[in-house]
Design a binder for this molecule. Sequence first.
Ligand SMILES: Cc1cc2nc3c(=O)[nH]c(=O)nc-3n(C[C@H](O)[C@H](O)[C@H](O)COP(=O)(O)OP(=O)(O)OC[C@H]3O[C@@H](n4cnc5c(N)ncnc54)[C@H](O)[C@@H]3O)c2cc1C
Length: 489
Amino acid sequence: MTGPADAIVVGSGPNGLAAALTLARAGLAVTVLEGAATPGGGCRTEELTRPGFRHDVCSAVHPLAASSPFFAGVDLAGHGVTLRQPPVAFAHPLDGGRAAVVAGSVADTAAGLGADAAAYRRLLGPLVRDIGAILPAVLAPLRDLPPHPLALARFGLPGLLPASVLARGFRTEEGQALIAGAAAHSMLPLSAPGTGAFGLVLTMTAHAVGWPVVQGGSARLTDALVAGLTALGGQVQTGHWVRSLDSLPPARAVLLDVTPRQFLGLAGERLPPRYQARLRRFRYGPGVCKVDWALSGPVPWAAAACREAGTVHVGGTLAEVARSEAEVNAGRLPERPFCLVAQPGVADPGRAPAGQHTLWGYCHVPSGSAADASALIEAQIERFAPGFRDLILARAVRTAAALERYDPNYVGGDINSGAGTLRQTLLGPVPPWSAWPPRAGPYRTALPGVYLCSASTPPGGGVHGMCGAGAAAAALADLHLPAPGQRTE
Ligand SMILES: Cc1cc2nc3c(=O)[nH]c(=O)nc-3n(C[C@H](O)[C@H](O)[C@H](O)COP(=O)(O)OP(=O)(O)OC[C@H]3O[C@@H](n4cnc5c(N)ncnc54)[C@H](O)[C@@H]3O)c2cc1C
C-alpha cells in the first residue's frame, strides 16, 4: 500500500466499489484490495470466444443499475457510460411462434396481452406509477417505518405471494409465462413466498427505466466507479487476495465485499462462536452454468418480437418454468431448463464484428455442479429459434463450479451470493437480534469496525451498489461522520 488508509475495502465488485466511493466522498482515504487481476467482480467484459467479440462475463442487463439510488448519484455520462435500450425490454417465447412481450408503457404491454390486458394494467399500473416511492424502499434495508407505507403495501401484498400464485391471476399462457420468467431470476422455486416480488420489481423497472445494456460492455460501469474513486484519491490494488483479517494494516473501517462463508475464513476465531454458528447457517441458492456464444448472425427467433428484445426468457409455459426451478432446487439438472438469454447486439451492435453477434445465456443448475449444460441451453433456444445452432462460431462455457473459481463470492455458482429468501433479503446474513452482542442493521458484524458489504446483504444480488452504499453509511455513522453529498468526484 502506498499510504495509510482510513478505510480498507476487500473486493472490488459493484458493492465494494460503491462502498469505497461512498467512504471517499466523506473524505476518507480508501484502499480497495482485489484478489483478481482486474477490478469489477461480476461487472467485467472480455473477449471470451474470438477476437472482436466482447462478452459480459457476468452481469449484462442493467435495470437495477438504471434504477439504483446509488448509481443515480454517480456521473455515469461524465465517465463515458451510455446505457442502451433495446426496443423490447424482455420477451418470453412460447411454442407456435407466440411470445409475451414487455416493451414501452404498461398500456403498450397490456395491449399485447389480449384477454389479460386489464389484469396487467390493474397489477402493474399502480406499481409503475409509484415506483419512485417503492424502489428506494425495496433497494434499502428494512426500516422501522417505510416513508410511503401505502405504496409499499400495494407492492408488498402481491409481492409476498409465490410467483406461481401471482401468475395464476392471468388467464393466458403469455401473461402467466411473463410473470414466471421474471420471477425465476430469484433462483427460488416459484412456489416460494416472496418470489412474486422478484417478478414485480423486474417488470416494473422494465416500464420505468428499461432493461438496458451498457454500450461497450458492463466493464464500463466498473471503469466509471474506479475513475470516480481515484479522482477522490482512493486506490484499487489488484492481484491482492486477502486470506485473513490479521494481514490487514490498521484502519478505521474495514468493509468486506465477501459472503458469510468467506468472512468465516477471514476472521476465524476472532468471531464469537454463536456468531460463527449463525454465519454457517447462511443459505446459498443453486448455481448457474453460463455460456457465451459468438454467432455469425442474429438469433432467428420464430416470434419476431424476440428479435428486438435485449433479454429473452427461454423455457416455455408457467408450468414448465416452475418445474425447471423446482428440479434445480431439489438438486437435479432439468432436461429442459429455464434459460436467461441476453442479446446485447440488439442495442449495442459494436459488441461483435459487423453483421455478427454475441449471445449471453445461462440456466440454473444444482449448487456446485460441474455439468456443462450448454447442449441443454442450445436445445431450448433452438426450440424457439430453429436454425440457431447453425450460427454458432464459438462458445465459452463456465460451469457453476468454475464460476466459483472465477469469483469466490459465487459460492457453488450462486450468482446472487445467497438465496433470496424473504428472511435473508430483509434481514441479512445474521438477524441483528440473533447474535451477541446485538447489532443495528444488516451490515455491522460482531467485530467492531468490520462490515459486510456484498450482495449477501440487503437488498441482495444485482448490480445496484446499494449493499455497498448501505454498509458505508453504517461505517460512517459509527465514525460519527456525516453521510456524503453526491457527485463530488
Ligand atoms: C453469470 C452472471 C450473470 C449475472 N447477470 C446479472 C445481470 O444481468 N444484471 C445484474 O444486475 N446482475 C447480474 N448478476 C449479479 C451481479 O453480477 C452480482 O450480484 C454483483 O456483481 C454483486 O456485486 P458484489 O460487489 O457484491 O460482488 P462481486 O461482483 O462478486 O465482487 C466481489 C469481488 O470481491 C473479490 N474478492 C472476494 N474475496 C476476496 C478476497 N478474500 N480478497 C480480495 N478480493 C476478494 C472478488 O474477486 C470479486 O472481484 C450476474 C452474475 C453472474 C455471475
